[in-house]
Design a protein around this ligand. Structure first.
Ligand code: CA
Ligand code: CA
Ligand code: CA
Ligand code: CA
Length: 435
């Protein structure tokens, strides 16, 4: 174990290079870490219809940008002649589903995530939905506007994922409909989450109606919600070091953690100013004597950014501890929807997986682009030399090629360095849809 007291970014990158040859896998194969990744971009989508240029395919194009004008937001109006209002994804393969996440439109608050049914169906043998393996109704007290998500499928295996409004009076719009899973059995799903329901202590009482249990209630929905529905933890006070800590009950080797942010943001409609509740988290693992055995600082892209984060993977690579602490590093409130913890011996991240989501994609390129020239923000330091430059782009490009090589039907647009400026301007389309 390198850096036993503090696992720095540089330390983690250094160990990545050692395993570079073994750490590349094609989609569908077991990945080195958590093998659940967003399958939807490899499938096809259908919907009641689309309006105002918000194409159906935009909901599964792998681009989370919620600005309608950026050309990646789905929009469909209810059609009284052809109810119900729905959005469905054919994954193309039977897959085990860990979680479903719907990343919202962000240029307007349109509160669409309420009163709908979510189903997963097996294939009937002819490419159509067959037996239903998962079905749940979500009847929100308010129509939510943030990131809506659930881990309830808990590994259910199916091919057709469908969201259908139970009323049919409104519209449906979002940036991305994400189905995290794998065609191979999942290494981890909700029933493996060892943080769920465990005792929690906090530095100040939860506030604004949040509860002590909010961040390990098994509910990853990012909407603060209404009475009786508080899936998001929120501290009563702002400040550096506002903390939430879960007791896993025993010293446990941790494969990895997942931190889900509060999936909402605030906007001042007069000034246009937008902000998130918590813009940076420090996540640490402590032993039974409360000594720190590892710490990670994670700075998620804001929900209203071009490439928002919501689900943050923290690779503990087999650190052993009893407590996991999440705290603020700035004078901010502490807010997040869930901390999941998974026991295991741990694995390194994929080479080139700069956003640590388990796959090599344009989102890693975005991290590299945003950090280009930096000597301090080193998530995209693929060659581990302490600087972000063209060499790290090459690491990502080669990793992307290797990642996709096992599945030739998924072509990838790989920009040359000389055209990077153009790519940055128009956005990189990572994955062509199969078929
Ligand atoms: Ca999109
Ligand atoms: Ca929660
Ligand atoms: Ca990635
Ligand atoms: Ca570098």
């Amino acid at each position: 174990m390198c850096c036993p007291r503090f696992v720095s970014m540089l330390c983690r990158r250094t160990s990545l290079r050692v395993v570079a040859a073994a750490a590349v896998a094609a989609p569908g194969a077991a990945l080195a870490l958590n093998n659940a990744y967003n399958l939807a971009p490899y499938g096809t989508a259908t919907a009641t219809g689309s309006d105002f240029g918000g194409e159906i395919a935009y909901g599964i194009d792998g681009n989370r940008n919620g600005d309608f004008n950026a050309g990646s937001v789905f929009y469909g109006n209810a059609n009284a002649e052809n109810p119900p209002l729905f959005y469905a994804v054919d994954l193309g393969v039977e897959a085990y589903v860990d979680r479903i996440q719907i990343i919202p439109r962000t240029d307007a608050t349109q509160g669409v995530f309420g009163n709908f049914r979510l189903t997963i169906a097996e294939d009937d043998g002819a490419g159509n939905p067959g037996a239903v393996v998962f079905s749940q109704d979500y009847n929100a007290t308010n129509f939510e506007s943030g990131t809506w998500a659930t881990t309830a499928p808990d590994g259910a295996r199916g091919r057709h994922v469908r969201m259908e409004r139970l009323d049919n009076n409104y519209w449906l719009t979002f940036a991305e409909f994400e189905v995290f899973g794998s065609s191979e059995p999942l290494k981890f799903s909700e029933s493996d989450n060892i943080a769920r329901g465990k005792p929690v202590t906090v530095s100040s009482a939860p506030g604004f109606g949040a509860m002590l249990t909010s961040a390990n209630d098994g509910n990853i929905n990012g909407n603060f919600g209404g009475p009786g529905n508080r899936p998001v933890y929120h501290s009563a006070l702002p400040g550096v070091g506002e903390s939430w800590q879960v007791d896993l009950g025993a010293e446990t080797q941790l494969d990895h953690l997942q931190l889900f942010t509060r999936g909402e943001f605030s906007r001042n409609d007069e000034t246009g100013e937008v902000w998130s509740t918590t813009t940076e988290y420090r996540v640490s693992v402590l032993d039974a004597g409360l000594s720190e055995v590892g710490a990670f600082v994670v700075t998620p892209n804001a929900l209203y950014s071009e490439d928002p984060d919501y689900d943050l993977l923290i690779n503990t690579m087999g650190l052993t501890g009893r407590y996991v602490r999440v705290e603020t590093t700035k004078d901010e409130y502490l807010a997040f929807s869930e901390l999941r913890a998974f026991a295991g011996s741990g694995d390194p991240l994929l080479v080139g997986d700069y956003n640590q989501d388990g796959v090599i994609s344009s989102r890693d390129y975005n991290v590299w682009r945003n950090e280009y020239g930096s000597l301090t923000s080193l998530a995209a330091d693929g060659n581990g030399d302490g600087a972000i430059d063209a060499a790290d782009y090459t690491v990502w490009r080669d990793a992307l090629a290797a990642f996709t090589a096992g599945s030739p039907s998924m072509g990838v647009t790989i920009p040359e360095p000389t055209t990077l400026a153009l790519v940055a301007a128009v956005g990189l389309v990572a994955v062509r849809r199969r078929g």
